[in-house]
Design a protein around this ligand. Structure first.
Ligand SMILES: [Fe+2]
Ligand SMILES: [Fe+2]
Length: 202
């Protein structure tokens, strides 16, 4: 039987907070619309974790935290990138790229979340990377297919996600890059590296 996210009980292994406490902290950081998205990502992530043998607790935590920094002011994220000595080329891009690495740094400090796999899943949820753990893949895909998403191709992505996680990562990476090209958006070089590994290198 499926576990509903709100019934999910954390062991305390990763975080000194209950799921309810974490969800409340996350909710306070964002609009109601974004929080609904976050809960959708959590639901999708727990389902994928269940299918692919990943810790559901880790999936729930990473999903709840993945957009934690998304509504922080740009200036605050820029200062964090400098202060934490994150990759300097990040500064040439925008908040759609920054909010992943920034969220990882913020939750590490605010929640004493130290599990590197969870932090990486948060860090790389938008751009992916050439080597992704199963948890990273789960969050990357869950963000794309959560129940609130509605764009051409999302049904195919959902079907793929249920059958083969790697194929879903490949599909999503290709769709994302095609969208960036079509809309003439700047592409972060690490997203190209993700494309080269997951799409072109098959
Ligand atoms: Fe995000
Ligand atoms: Fe998201």
């Amino acid at each position: 039987m499926k576990t509903r996210p709100e019934e999910f009980v954390y062991s305390g292994h990763f975080l000194p907070l209950s799921r309810e406490e974490l969800a409340a902290q996350v909710e306070a950081q964002m609009s109601a619309k974004r929080f609904k998205h976050v809960l959708g990502v959590e639901e999708a992530a727990i389902q994928l974790a269940d299918i692919y043998g990943v810790s559901k607790e880790a999936a729930s935590i990473a999903a709840l935290c993945h957009d934690y920094a998304k509504e922080r002011p740009d200036q605050e994220m820029k200062e964090l990138i400098v202060a934490e000595q994150l990759e300097e080329d990040l500064l040439d891009y925008g908040s759609s790229i920054w909010h992943g690495p920034c969220a990882a740094e913020i939750v590490k400090k605010e929640f004493h979340l130290l599990d590197e796999d969870i932090l990486n899943a948060i860090r790389y949820h938008t751009i992916g990377r050439s080597q992704m753990s199963l948890l990273e893949q789960v969050i990357y895909v869950a963000d794309f297919i959560e129940p609130g998403r509605n764009f051409p191709g999302v049904e195919e992505a959902r079907t793929l996600a249920g059958k083969n996680l790697q194929e879903a990562v490949t599909y999503e990476t290709q769709q994302t890059l095609m969208h960036l090209i079509k809309t003439k958006k700047k592409i972060y070089p690490k997203a190209v590296a993700t494309f080269n590994k997951w799409v072109a290198n098959k």
